[in-house]
Structure formats: C-alpha cells, structure tokens
Design a protein around this ligand. Structure first.
Ligand SMILES: [Zn+2]
Length: 261
C-alpha cells in the first residue's frame, strides 16, 4: 500500500509516501486503493481509501491538499487558507493546478497519477515542500524546475539543499511516443535529448525519470539528492494503476508529502 524512500526525508516531522493500488476498497477497474474522485469510482469508496491511507501515515487527511490536474504548468502556494482543498469534496480542489508548494506545518500536498511521474521535493534547510504532477507535458514544460523556482521566490529555497523523489511512473521500457512529442522535446531540450530518448528498432521511448532528473540537476539539485523509482507502472499493473496498460479505465495513486505540526 505504501512506498517510502528511506533516504528521502530523514528530518523529523516530515512525512512522504507513494501509494500503490493494493489494500483499498474500490472494485474493478478501480481496485483497490483508488485515490481519485474524477475517474468514475464511488465517491464514498474514494473517501474511505483516502482515510485509510492517511491514517496509516499519521497525516491529517483534512489538511491534505488536492488539485484538479490538467497537465498544465500552474504552481499553487498552499497556506492555512487553502489547506485541505479537495480532501473530501472534489469540488473544492485547487482548480487547474499541477504543482503545489508549502511551508505551513500540518499541511500535506497530494498529486494523483497513473503512469505520469509524481515528484516530491523537500527543502531540508527551510523545511519547505513541493509536489509535482509530471507527465510528458509537465516534463516538457519543466514543471519541477518551475516549482523549485517558486519555492526559491516564496521561501528562499536553494536547490542545493533539496532532496527530490521521483515516484513510480511509466518507464522507458513502455513509454513509446510519436513523432510530434519527440519533436517538441527536441525543441525544448536539445542538449539533453539524446540522453532521455531511447531507441529500440524503429520505435522511440522517453525516459521521464532521466529527463526530469537532468532538468533538476541543471538548476543545482545535487545528483545524489535525486531518488528515482525502479518500478514501471505499466509493466506492473497488478501493483500500480496504469493508464496505458489499462486503456484509460483505471484508478489513480497518490504521492504525498506533508509537514507535521
Ligand atoms: Zn514498463
């Protein structure tokens, strides 16, 4: 049910986790631990799943903050005033938002995924946090970099002090993309392109972990502070929700990072 990186948050009073699909109450195709209201699951079961997961983590679900994700590049600064948005009622989720940052004790930030890469950021020096939804568009827009820039502006974050965890998402083994997507990456990331595009016979695959990792290192996050999952969601759809492996009819996992009071 829970994946945590032992080396990510060694500080006290910071909690992070990535959920798997195991251990919840939802029925197929959302079985079992579906965290998303917007996929067509019974809202009561989604609430029950979220309560169960947060209780296991020792985080207050009522102060967990959720967004209506749109594959865009908006970063929201979460304060006491917006803490808890979307936690139990999807109509209160932060609109049109794919990344959140906060330094407010008690607040947690939640990103939902099924193949897209969830990315969690922890500024060890200032105890500030960030959570990012990075599919290919978020990767192309360099949303993790933009999120760190917002953390720098608002909290004074230095990327050199940050640890970043790239959670389970679709791997380069499965993330085949078409010419149009490749051309956009060639345009946006020409210097790095050959390092994250994998060619097998006539097909081309993108390594989202590598692309985001290179972008993060480019703004000063030390390579040793970037933790990368080795699991591919699409190869392991028994353990993870996979939009691609399940042709779009599936649930969502959550990646969460929170500051305890
Ligand atoms: Zn795979």
């Amino acid at each position: 049910m829970i994946i945590q990186y032992p080396d990510f948050t060694t500080a006290e009073k910071v909690v992070h986790a990535f959920s798997t699909r195991e251990g919840g109450r939802s029925r197929p195709p959302f079985s079992a631990l579906n965290m998303a209201f917007h996929v067509g699951d019974d809202p009561e079961l989604v609430r029950a799943n979220r309560k169960l997961f947060f209780a296991n983590l020792g985080l207050d679900l009522a102060k967990s903050t959720w967004a209506s994700q749109v594959h865009g590049d908006r970063v929201a600064v979460v304060t006491e005033a917006t803490a808890g948005a979307g936690a139990l009622d999807p109509s209160t989720a932060l609109p049109g938002t794919d990344a959140m940052v906060s330094d407010t004790p008690g607040v947690s930030l939640c990103v939902m995924t099924a193949d897209c890469l969830p990315i969690l950021i922890f500024d060890e020096r200032l105890r500030a946090i960030g959570a990012v939804h990075a599919g290919w568009r978020g990767t192309l827009f360099k949303l993790p970099v933009k999120t760190l820039k917002v953390m720098s502006e608002v909290f004074g974050t230095d990327p050199a002090d940050c640890r970043v965890a790239l959670g389970p998402g679709i791997g380069p083994c499965c993330f085949q993309v078409g010419q149009e997507v490749l051309e956009r990456f060639a345009q946006e990331m020409p210097a790095e392109y050959s390092r994250f595009v994998v060619k097998k016979q006539t097909r081309e695959y993108i390594d989202l972990y590598r692309a985001n990792s290179l972008n993060l290192q480019g703004i000063g996050v030390p390579a040793k502070n970037i933790l990368v999952s080795s699991a591919c969601t699409s190869c392991n759809s028994d353990r993870f929700f996979s939009y691609r492996a399940e042709q779009g009819k599936t649930g969502r996992m959550v990646a969460v990072i929170g500051l305890l009071e």
